[in-house]
Design a protein around this ligand. Structure first.
Ligand SMILES: [Zn+2]
Length: 455
């Protein structure tokens, strides 16, 4: 059996041309499983040929129309017949890209022949935005080499080097940072009184040789406002042109304007809320993440259990542990932070006595408990200003934990840049991949996020 694929091209002025795209043949007798339907290579071949014919005829018409002077409606002179190679999703395609002389009605330079190239203006870097976007998206999800391999496996585009993938990703990141992103469709109505919450966290990735330190910081997070989907952001402070501008842009997308209050939830590392404060240019409300406190309380609980487990006669004491831990949690949760300090001292005292009465076998377990109590005490003392009445905030259904920002660390930094991936990063490279990855996860890289990548 034989199939003939034909393309009917109808120009803007009604001219119809039929062009053969390709042929397929299959035997009927002795058909093998491999020959059933369209194979990947045939599909890629046909798609590549179809894309070539469409683009070439489209560019012919475009070049013809571009010759008409918009002022006097006369046909401008075709100066020469150059060609230009354009990289597309479906292969590198050579198209006519004639240069056109500037119309005499526009030429203020007298006898000098000035020319212009409409196609060069349309695609200055010889690459379609769709290809660039896909290259960036794949590169944000996989290593550059793997992304290049995936692309040429599935599409009839030419094999690309990892350097090309990297450069295109960097270009898309630069576009993302430069251009204000407008959301498609009508702007959602945001309650001007709604709280803007920034959940922020950090990750460390391996730095490439020659960048002073062995590790690079990547800051990631989410900005939540009720009534809008959360907006992720990611940046490498050392690689960003202006970390504050990147953050401010993300805040603006979520409806922030100068003068509007911002609440920052973080794990207590002072630099992170400081970055938000610098970006908004005024004081912010800082809240210490509940999850990190809760984890430390849990460590104390485990240490206490460890002590009682050493001697079965102390089983009854376990109830006491439950009670004391419950009380400690309750005190911190409801904002009785001084009482929580006293409770911690009480536990410390009790543990020291246990060690004193029972001797050496208890010493390591007690030391562990003491260390965990001191750790929580230090943690609370260092963040006194960011402790709140968590219970009250929780009951009013406002976020108290950065667990969603932790999710961001996994999604953005760990999945693509983690140390175990054996990749090392330059500050700028890390920043740009992080920016693109956050945009990909938010769906901000889709063509509907209009105007985003129009060169
Ligand atoms: Zn003219």
């Amino acid at each position: 059996m034989e199939w003939v694929l034909k393309l009917e091209a109808k120009s803007g002025w009604g001219e119809v041309e039929t062009i053969e795209v390709g042929r397929l043949e299959r035997r009927v007798v002795g058909l093998t499983a491999e020959e059933v339907g369209l194979t990947l290579s045939e599909g890629k071949g046909l798609l590549g040929e179809l894309a070539r014919l469409v683009l070439q005829t489209q560019m012919e018409e475009f070049a013809t129309c571009a010759r008409v002077c918009r002022d006097c409606m006369k046909l401008r002179r075709r100066r020469d017949n150059r060609t230009r190679k354009i990289q597309t999703l479906f292969g590198t395609i050579t198209v006519d890209a004639p240069r056109i002389s500037v119309c005499p009605c526009q030429n203020d330079w007298g006898f000098v022949d000035v020319s212009l190239s409409p196609l060069a203006d349309l695609l200055p870097d010889r690459c379609t935005p769709a290809l660039r976007r896909l290259q960036a998206e794949l590169s944000a999800r996989h290593s550059y080499r793997e992304a290049a391999r995936l692309l040429s496996t599935l599409l009839p585009c030419d094999p690309m080097s990892h350097a090309t993938m990297r450069n295109r990703t960097h270009r898309v990141a630069a576009d993302l940072e430069r251009k204000p992103i407008t959301q498609p469709g009508p702007e959602p109505v945001i309650d001007p009184a709604a709280e803007i919450v920034v959940l922020i966290d950090g990750a460390h990735i391996r730095a490439a040789h020659g960048y002073q330190s062995r590790h690079l910081d990547v800051t990631v997070g989410k900005i939540e406002v009720s009534g809008k989907p959360p907006r992720r952001f990611a940046l490498a402070p050392r690689g960003a042109e202006s970390p504050m501008a990147t953050l401010r842009q993300a805040l603006r997308d979520q409806g922030w304007q100068p003068g509007r209050a911002v609440t920052v939830l973080s794990d207590g590392e002072a630099a992170l809320p400081g970055l938000v404060r610098a970006a908004v240019g005024e004081p912010t409300t800082c809240i210490l993440d509940w999850w990190h406190i809760s984890m430390r309380v849990q460590h104390i609980e485990q240490a206490l259990r460890g002590i009682y487990a050493l001697d079965p006669r102390h089983r009854a004491g376990l109830e006491m542990v439950e009670w004391r831990i419950g009380r400690l949690r309750h005190l911190i949760w409801n904002g009785y932070h001084e009482e929580a300090h006293d409770e911690l001292f009480g536990m410390r005292h009790m543990a020291s006595e246990v060690a004193y009465v029972n001797g050496d076998t208890f010493r390591p377990a007690v030391a562990r408990l003491l260390w965990n109590c001191d750790d929580l005490r230090r943690y609370l003392a260092n963040n006194t200003g960011s402790l709140i009445d968590y219970g009250e905030r929780y009951r009013s259904k406002r976020p108290i934990s950065t667990s969603r920002a932790e999710g961001c660390v996994d999604e953005i930094a760990n999945a693509r840049m983690a140390k175990k991936q054996r990749m090392s990063w330059s500050p700028q490279g890390a920043h740009r991949v992080a920016v693109v990855r956050a945009a990909v996860l938010d769906g901000r890289l889709r063509p509907e996020a209009n105007g985003l990548l129009a060169a």
